[in-house]
Design a protein around this ligand. Sequence first.
Ligand SMILES: [Zn+2]
Length: 254
Amino acid sequence: MFGWFTPCICGSSSCSDIVRKRLCIDEQKLMKKGRGRIIHVSDFVEEENGCLVIKDQDGTIIKDARCITYPGANGDAWWDLAQLLKQIDIAISIFEEAHPGCRALFIFDQSSAHASLGPDALCAFDMNRSNGGKQRKQKDTTIPISNPELRYRGLPQKMTLENGEPKGLQRTLEERGFNVAGMRAKCSPVCPIENERCCMARLLSKQEDFRNQTSLLERTITTRGHLCTFLPKFHCELNPIEMVGFFLLMHSLF
Ligand SMILES: [Zn+2]
């Protein structure tokens, strides 16, 4: 369906210009301390046009995936996942217009926002023993192929009852064929490291569908037919956006 992959590297960087300029070469006098104005830039770098943009016949940029905010007191809101998801949606539309018939590979660095699972994610420790009551509603799932009880493997499992109330740990596990009679709902204060069947919450959290969930960011991209990957943790030298940030910083200093 798609001709080829085109990588799109996403990154964001922010800096306070006054703080960064305090120690210029040959400048003895320290500039006044201050937070300056914070600028946050979230942009996409791609191999063909540099940035993810659409240009008209004269070369003027008419659509741009870049998003610049000025967060802080009396400024814009701090950059968050909701803003990133909105930007991704626009970026995908721009990509599809700029590269018809291509599939984008979006590359992100590791961050808690990029890994966020969304408000309806499966989390066994947010569940109660019984159905209903005060517990978060979670998305429906599919019982994994690795489920110990063969006959339940691959079956869809609703995480709410017919009346719309959320399902509890006991019912969820029993529907998968687990015998949880006499098992406590959760350990207090925390589960022992070595035991994976110490409580219902731990047992359910170890099931494949609870363990391997797609982040909201990845879901947004893949549902529109594109790809997404994340750079290794703690290796910022592999992230091209760090080089862009360094280049811009050097040009702002000298
Ligand atoms: Zn436990």
